[in-house]
Ligand binder design. Structure first.
Ligand code: NAD
Ligand code: UDP
Length: 308
């Protein structure tokens, strides 16, 4: 297949590039490096089936090559510090960027695959979160540039499916981690792993009782690959349902990596969801998919890369 991936220089995008090249497909990566890394493009630059286009997909996707089979839209700042630094760009890539991807897919008769997020559930009142939950999002808060962009992205994806017949997929990704995350992206796993490896105290925001459920990148990539093969157009949660408080995560880092202290930071991000955990029954029934990498294993694998 010929697959175009927006956000190819990012964490998730670069793992998709690798997977598709390994499977024998031709891959076109597109990125403007707003939150990605040139080193992630360099990994594949010499590969005969990989081409890279540096472009801001909110302004258009300048692809003029042969017929595409898939447009995978993964471009968007994803870590809270990044999207809060670039709120307008984040809204644009979720809105115009998504529409540009849908138009390209439509023109090529290709499938369109949207990377949405568990953030569409906001600070949830239903726990764990099933795909049928409509969410609790503050439309004007500091996270809204991301949450509402993704909610709009889902809406326009469904609209292109319903009214233009585009063969679409939507995944709602729950917190995912692994090698090739930007060490300074500010997300909790990257911060904790880095701090631990440097022997610095782990920075816990608030009282540390908020929860998240962390998925290792390989499990996500497997879920994406399976969903491409199944004609299902509504959103599907992809995440690991092992739920931890941030204080429990501190304990796991101490156990798996190295014993370090933690500090409770006064800083507590605005509208930070108090709990998050996916209901993954849909993915199990539809894709026969379940995460297989435990948090302890995953953190160990990630730390190996960071230590290099
Ligand atoms: P990332 O920041 O590492 O990767 C995103 C990539 O998109 C970056 O390389 C960035 O430069 C690129 N990009 C952003 N705006 C662009 C634009 N206008 N034009 C071209 N390129 C642009 O983040 P990630 O963790 O790899 O996330 C990838 C996708 O998955 C995002 O859409 C994100 O919302 C979604 N997601 C990720 C997680 C997670 O835990 N990693 C969770 C939920 C959703
Ligand atoms: N967090 C933390 N210390 C950090 C970074 C984040 O305690 O150094 C908390 C943050 O407040 C949130 C959780 O960890 O409750 C997950 O944050 P992250 O930025 O990884 O992702 P989010 O799920 O909020 O998008």
């Amino acid at each position: 297949m010929r697959i175009l991936i927006t956000g190819s220089a990012g964490f998730v995008g670069s793992h998709l590039v690798e997977r598709f090249l390994n499977e024998g497909h031709t891959v076109i990566g597109v990125d403007n490096y707003i939150s990605g890394q040139v080193s992630n493009t360099d990994l594949f630059r010499e590969h005969p089936r990989f081409t890279f286009i540096e472009a801001d997909v909110s302004h258009g996707i300048p692809y003029t090559g042969d017929k595409l089979d898939w447009v995978m839209h993964f471009a968007s700042p994803a870590s809270p510090p990044h999207y809060q630094q670039f709120p307008v760009e984040t809204l644009m890539v979720g809105a115009q960027g998504t529409q540009n991807g849908l138009e390209l897919a439509h023109a090529h008769g290709a499938g369109f695959f949207l990377a949405s997020t568990s953030e569409v559930y906001g600070d949830p009142h239903v726990h764990p979160q099933p795909e049928t939950y409509w969410g609790n999002v503050n439309p004007i808060g500091v996270r809204s540039c991301y949450d509402e962009a993704k909610r709009y992205a889902e809406a326009i994806t469904m609209a292109y499916h319903r009214s233009r017949g585009v063969n679409t997929r939507i995944i709602r990704i729950f917190n995912t981690y692994g090698p090739r995350m930007r060490p300074d992206d500010g997300r909790v796993i990257t911060n904790f792993v880095h701090q631990a490896l440097r022997g610095e105290p782990l920075t816990v925001y608030g009282d540390g009782s908020q929860t998240r459920s962390f998925q290792y990148i390989d499990d996500l990539v497997e879920g994406i690959s399976r969903l491409m093969m199944v004609k299902y157009h509504k959103p599907v949660n992809l995440g690991n349902s092992d739920e931890f408080t941030m204080l429990e995560l501190v304990g796991i880092i101490n156990e798996v990596l190295v014993s370090v202290d933690y500090v409770m930071e006064d800083y507590f991000p605005q509208d930070d969801p108090k709990k998050r955990m996916p209901n993954t029954i849909m993915a199990l029934n539809l894709l026969n998919w379940m995460p297989s990498v435990s948090i302890r294993e995953g953190i160990h694998l990630m730390a190996q890369q960071f230590a290099k």
